[in-house]
Design a protein around this ligand. Structure first.
Ligand code: PGA
Length: 250
């Protein structure tokens, strides 16, 4: 079964409206002829509409970096799944390590968000991955499996196959220290094996699993060559149109 590769930009807390417009104007001609790769841009909330307008006529996909799990109410500062749908988002990143470790999101919160995304027709990009001390204590597999189990609790197999999962070792994010291709391949195989055991072979063959953590134009190919790695979730190297466009030509 062949899965369509997905290259996703996570802009994090970067860019003004004008910078987003310039990025999109530079990016689109560079990827206009791409046929076999899905390209996803996840700007901050303030730029979702801008990117949506700029992507018109292209195949660029649009996602948010986070959301709250309730659809409305007294939740000052939060953004609801329906609000993202209203802005034409198709995807939403959930459980990014910065949400987990900077903002204290728990596995239970992340599970609620996965359910809320699916209920509102958004495709979750669920991020999992171990911290450095966990890797050093040989707990990588245990941490990943625990996150997968808790974050996907109660989610129907009908939705798992359309989801995206990103393996993002926390120690590799924004540090310039990328995981070896073997580390990434092994962790992704473990994730797919988990999906297989829980949801069956067909779902495991369909679900797209990305690697994230210091992916750059110079190393993207080595990841994309690995069996089972379906794409990349990219922070730093997604901020310049030229570099992001190069990532799609692995
Ligand atoms: P990085 O970020 O590419 O800057 O390491 C990846 C991510 O946080 O998704």
């Amino acid at each position: 079964m062949s899965r369509r590769p997905l290259i996703a930009a996570n802009w994090k807390m970067h860019k003004t409206c004008q910078e987003a417009r310039t990025f999109m104007a530079e990016l689109l001609p560079k990827i206009a002829d791409l046929k076999e790769v899905d390209v996803l841009v996840c700007p901050p909330y303030t730029l979702i509409s801008t990117v949506d307008q700029c992507r018109e006529g292209s195949k660029v996909l649009l996602g948010a970096q986070n959301m709250y799990h309730e659809n409305k109410g007294a939740f000052t500062g939060e953004v609801a799944p329906q609000m993202l749908k209203d802005l034409n988002c198709e995807f939403v990143i959930i459980g990014h390590s910065e949400r987990r470790w900077v903002f204290g999101e728990t596995d239970e919160t992340i599970n609620k968000k996965v359910h809320a995304a699916i209920a509102n027709g958004l495709i979750p990009v669920l991020c999992v991955g171990e911290k450095l001390d966990e890797r050093e204590k040989n707990l990588t597999d245990q941490v990943i499996l625990n996150q997968m189990e808790k974050n996907l609790a109660g989610v129907s197999e009908d939705f798992i196959s359309g989801m995206v999962i990103a393996y993002e070792p926390v120690w590799a994010i924004g540090t310039g220290k990328n995981a070896t291709t073997k580390d990434a391949k092994d962790a992704i195989a473990l994730i797919r094996e988990f999906v297989h055991s829980k949801f069956g072979q067909e779902v495991a063959e369909k679900v797209r699993i990305l690697y994230g953590g210091s992916v750059k134009p110079e190393n993207v190919k080595t990841y994309m060559e690995q069996e089972g790695i379906d794409g990349a979730l990219v922070g730093g190297a997604s901020l310049e149109a030229d570099s992001f466009a190069k990532l799609t030509r692995f």
